[in-house]
Every structure is written in C-alpha cells, then in structure tokens.
Design a protein around this ligand. Structure first.
Ligand code: GAP
Length: 457
C-alpha cells in the first residue's frame, strides 16, 4: 500500500464532498481561509477535543477545567506583551498589490509569476518590512470612544493566568497543578492557508501547568513526552511525528524553552503543538499590571513563590487536519477503487452504521430497532438508501470503523453481520451481543493499518 497517496487537495475535496469542512459564506463568494464544519466535521473535531479533555481531566487528578471569556480587559494584552510584540513583519508589493510575510517569502508565490517567490522578478517592487499586529480589534459599547478598544484573544492561555488566584482559592489544588481550556482564538494572519492549518479564527486546546520553580525542567520533559504520546495513542503514525526543540532565536518573548510536536503534513513537517516553559513571565506581568499578588503561599511552612508555568498548546483544527491526513487511504475492493479514512475508532465521527441489506421483508424495521439500541451507547447512523456496496463505500469514506448489516437470516435467528472497515472481514454476531462487542473494540489498543502495511513482512 503506497504510504503517500494523500495530498492536501484530496483532503480538501473529501471534506467538501462528505460534509466535513467547507469554505465559509460560499454563497457570497467565500471569505478566504474561513471554514465551516459540517455534520461529520463537528463530530470529528468534538472527538478530538473530547479525547484531549479526557487526557487532561479524566485520566489525571492534577488538572482542572476553565472556559474563560474571549474578550478580556484590554490591559491583559498590555501585560502579556501581545500589544507591543505580537507582530509579524509585513511587506507589500506595489506591482501586484499582494501582501506577504517578510520572513516567509520563500513559501509565497509572486502575484504576477507564481513560479517565482515575491521579490525574485524584475517587476516585483516590495516595500520595506513593517510590523503588523495580529490581534483583531473591536469596540465595546455603542460609541467608538477612547478606552473602549478591546481585542479578540489571540490565545486562550491568558484567560487562565487571569483566573489563577480564583483557582488557588476554590479548586483545592496547589502546585504542581494545571488549568486546561479549549476555545476559539483569533489572529489576523497575513498569510493564512493550507486549508484549516492556518486560519484567522481557530480553536486552541491549552493547558497551563503551575509548578514550583525548581521542578520546571522535570515537568517540561514530562509534558513533552505526554503530548507526543497522546497523538500516537490515538493512532497517528509514530514515524509521521517528531519533536523539534526551538533554537534560542525563535523562542517567544515569554519562553525559556519550547519543543514543537510536528507532523509530516503533505506540505512538509509542520507544527501541531508547542510545549513551552513560560517561567514566571505571565504571573509576574499580570501581578505588576493589576497590582494583585499572584503567588502561591504554602500554609504549612509559610513559604511563598511565583509558580513557573509549563504550557502544552495545541490547535484543535490542526490536530483534526492531522488525523484526517494520517487516516486518508485508497485501495481496491473487487476491482473497484475505494477511498477510506482509517481513523482510530475513538476519533471516527460515526462508530457504527446499521444497514438493512434490502429495503423490504421487515429488514428496515429490524435494522431501525438495532440502530435505536446502539445509539444509546455509541454514535451510530442508519442508512437504507441505495445498493449495499455504495453504502459501505460512503461509510468507509467518512471513516466509520464498523457496519452492521441486517439480512434475511437476521429475521430468522436474530444475528447480523459485523463488517470491519480495515480488515473487510464480516463476522456473524448475535444482535444482543452487538453493543458490548462494539464497546470492547472501541477500548482495544489500535494501530493504523497504514503503519502495519508499511512494515516489512
Ligand atoms: N499560548 C501559546 C500559543 O498560542 P502558538 O504556537 O502560537 O502558542 C498554539 O499556538 C497552537 O495553536 C499551534 O501549535 C497550532 O496548533 C494552533 N494555531 C496557532 N495559530 C493558528 C492558526 N492561525 N490557525 C490554526 N491553528 C493555529
């Protein structure tokens, strides 16, 4: 099985065809790099976020949850350094009127001659680079007066720092402990692109882990390993993931060390998630700007300190894209081409499809009865329209790991066939055992069939 049949174009096309993700406001011609998630996209991204929450909240006892406001007090961004420093260098081309990131010219195409990079042709006329702040501004209240300017948050992290004091009071946690949140962030990216890889509106999954200063390095290493392992546990092929420590000159203003988890996308190795050692930068900055004490006081010893922070910061859309890319495959069944998403069952939008073989002889009625039972336990779908082969193909394309087929025998002995998306095996199973069997399979360890197929036999 060739490893690299996937391209970004194939992912974009499948996402549109099957209603995962498509351009937003298309009836008005679209708004570049703005996307809507359809039914299966919502289910898929919800599963990605659900697994992240699970790994943070359910599988550990030292992380608690938060959902903070998108619009924060504007001083937040003064303290965090975003107002002064959250900028990208921007250049305009006076000839083609396009704008580019000055530090990414080698990734951009000239507006007149797309085979060239901006600045490479004699006609290119680039301005000097100037700093462009990526935060979206808006106004609170009906009058655009001074003092009412606010910003859409460019990261969810700051909402966590603003609430640190509350959490010390009510969460009964003390360092080391973390606060996790998922939510939308906004950045007026100069060059968004590559589908949902870089957009101006996106969801982040961030956790700030507060630790005693002398434990920071140990926790940094813990979270780097933990986050890499999360993607592998959910079926992303290990040889398509890597860690890349940042060089000193690429560290953010708040970070003393950062390692990126990178995925080998069709556009090349790119950041999925960053794990940063933010030190005490944020708590000290907010303490200074707010006049509040943001420190931990040990009631037993009286010792006080400003905790250091380890931050795993992931993108929900980027992770969703990585799951799609990693799962995309093509093969042949009985001479017919098939596109299949080999998603980990926990990530797959639909876990089981229930299909009557024919739309008569009591089969639809029994299939609906099974569907109603199964959907109590797992995300299920009922489909009775069209030839059975076409219905299997449709479920393969949206990544459904199992299909239950009701046939004439089902009405006689209350058994059905259970089809496996990857092995294509069909086993006969009693209707009464179905739900338990599906839940057992969902919990079983799983490896991508693309990975095992690539191994030497
Ligand atoms: N609080 C730290 C922070 O925001 P970041 O590396 O700028 O760090 C974290 O963002 C993650 O958010 C990235 O690794 C990426 O997955 C996602 N992300 C950032 N900008 C994005 C964009 N414009 N579109 C989609 N995802 C983005």
């Amino acid at each position: 099985m060739p490893d690299d049949v996937v391209t970004m174009d194939k992912i974009v096309s499948l996402c549109k065809r099957r209603g995962f993700i498509f351009p937003s406001s298309e009836i008005y011609g679209g708004l570049g790099s703005s996307y809507d998630y359809g039914h299966y996209g919502v289910l898929l991204k919800t599963n990605v976020k659900g697994q992240w929450w699970r790994s943070m909240l359910q599988e550990r006892e030292d992380v608690v949850a938060l959902d903070s406001a998108i619009i924060q007090h504007p001083k937040t961004w003064e303290a965090s350094g975003h107002l002064a420093g959250f900028t990208d260098p921007l250049v305009d081309c006076r000839t083609c009127k396009l704008r580019f990131r000055a530090d990414r010219l080698e990734d951009a195409r000239c507006g007149r001659k797309p085979s060239k990079h901006p600045g490479e042709t004699s006609e290119c006329d680039l301005t000097e680079a100037r700093d462009f702040n990526l935060m979206f501004q808006t106004t609170v209240g009906p009058i655009k007066e001074e003092g009412a300017t606010v910003y859409l948050r460019p990261e969810t992290a700051q909402g966590i720092f603003l609430n640190f004091k509350h959490y010390l009071q009510f969460s009964r946690k003390k360092p080391p402990f973390g606060i996790a949140q998922i939510g939308k962030s906004f950045r007026n990216e100069i060059t968004p692109g590559n589908f949902v890889f870089r957009t101006r509106e996106f969801e982040q999954m961030e956790m700030e882990f507060f630790v005693p200063p002398d434990e920071a390095q140990r926790w940094f290493e813990h979270w780097v390993a933990e986050r890499l392992d999360w993607y592998i546990r959910l079926g992303i092929r290990a040889d398509h993931l890597r860690l890349r420590p940042h060089e000193q000159d690429e560290l953010s203003h708040y970070s003393s060390a950062t390692s990126d988890v990178e995925y080998d996308f069709p556009i090349g190795w790119s950041e999925l998630e960053g794990i940063a050692n933010r030190g005490d930068f944020d708590l000290r900055a907010h303490a200074e700007h707010s006049g509040q004490k943001l420190e931990y006081v040990d009631t037993a010893s009286g010792a006080r300190y400003v905790p250091h922070v380890i931050e795993p910061a992931a993108g929900a859309d980027r992770a969703t894209l990585a799951f799609l890319v990693d799962a995309y495959d093509e093969d042949e069944i009985e001479g017919e081409a098939r596109t299949v998403l080999r998603l980990h069952p926990l990530i797959a939008p639909i876990k089981v499809a229930v299909l009557p073989l024919v739309k008569k002889d009591g089969q639809p009625e029994l299939a609906r009865e099974i569907y109603r039972d199964l959907r109590e336990r797992v995300q299920a779908e009922y489909d009775e329209g069209g030839a059975i082969g076409r219905r299997y193909r449709r479920q393969d394309e949206i990544g459904t790991p199992w299909a239950v087929t009701v046939d004439h025998q089902s009405l006689e002995d209350r058994t059905v066939t259970l089809r496996d998306r990857d092995r294509l095996a069909q086993e006969r199973i009693a209707i009464g055992d179905l739900a338990d069997e599906l839940e057992r399979r969902l919990r079983a360890p799983w490896r991508s069939p693309k990975e095992t197929a690539a191994e030497p036999s």
